[in-house]
Design a protein around this ligand. Sequence first.
Ligand code: PLP
Length: 372
Amino acid sequence: MRIETIAVHAGHKIDEAWGAVSPPIVLSTTFERAEDGSFPHGYIYARSGNPNRDALERCIAALEGGAKAAAFSSGSAATMGIFNALKPGDHVVAPRDVYYGTRLILNELYASWGLRVSFVDMTALEQVEESIRPETRLIWIETPSNPLLKITDIKAVSSIAHRAGARCVCDNTWATPVLQRPIELGADIVLHSTTKYFGGHSDVLGGCVVTNTDDEFFQRVCSYQRIGGAVPSPFECWLLLRSIPTLPCRMRIHSENALKIAKFLRSNPRVLTVHYPGLQDNPGYEVASRQMEQFGGMLSFEVRGGQKEAFEVAARVKIIKRATSLGCVESLIEHRASIEGKDTTTPQNLLRLSVGIENPEDLIEDLSGALG
Ligand SMILES: *Cc1c(COP(=O)(O)O)cnc(C)c1O
């Protein structure tokens, strides 16, 4: 089956009790035992399992071409689930420009727990090789990266990880399985913040871990989910499964719009640089063309001037919303450095754009007016 069909049908099955085509939301926290003490439907208690969560996990695993998936209450909770499956003393290699929240999890929550981490430039494969230690257990990649849209070669980094006896995890939040399937390229685990494109409408917080094999490591991720309890509610799982059928068509429109806007921005004299892997002179273009179907809906650009000029441009947009987050139907613009805080490495003149599914001409007119 192809991705559009998987998105509509995986995890969706006709409800046995009523024949309902749209699945019912099962809110019950507890499930009845049979007279012999068994659980005839396989469910015991909502933290350990729920039909809506199972359906969502089956769907996302199928989209990524993985064996199993575990859904969490946020992308960050899913990230915690992966690091928690490691052991104190283990070493992780992560990108220098990793998602800001992932950096906080590593530096503030797991450093004192005993996890070691090296931050490297993932586009420089020799730096990745050099950072490997005997206790390296995991290489974390995120491509395209946030907010500079750097492209990591998933196949190359996965093989470096495997040669070192480590796992390769790919944060696939920005590309989604519609544009990029890391497991097919050699990654062992895929992470998602389903808050973004999967949800797509700025109204669900969620995360997911997908594994290529149902091994002991993934079982530890599942223990963290079920015992730790960072699980999504049945309604959130239902909302995500409600959004996923349109994911393939949304991703195509996001990508087409972003490419048009990237080209427009590049031709504007007020714009210094545009970071978008779909531009042929972007350093990531070649690898992105190989590992992605299209280049996605995210881009960033640097305006002439500094923080003041960037804020002024953001202040003048009329259609595009000034807000953090991404991956939703509405376009969002954000001054990233000021949301990331004082130790940010993001340029002060940079604005990040999550391109929505509006008409691209309206978005270009909006940006054109804002740039002045
Ligand atoms: C948003 C995001 C996360 C964290 O997800 P939450 O759902 O906000 O916890 C992780 N990685 C990337 C790339 C993200 O964009």
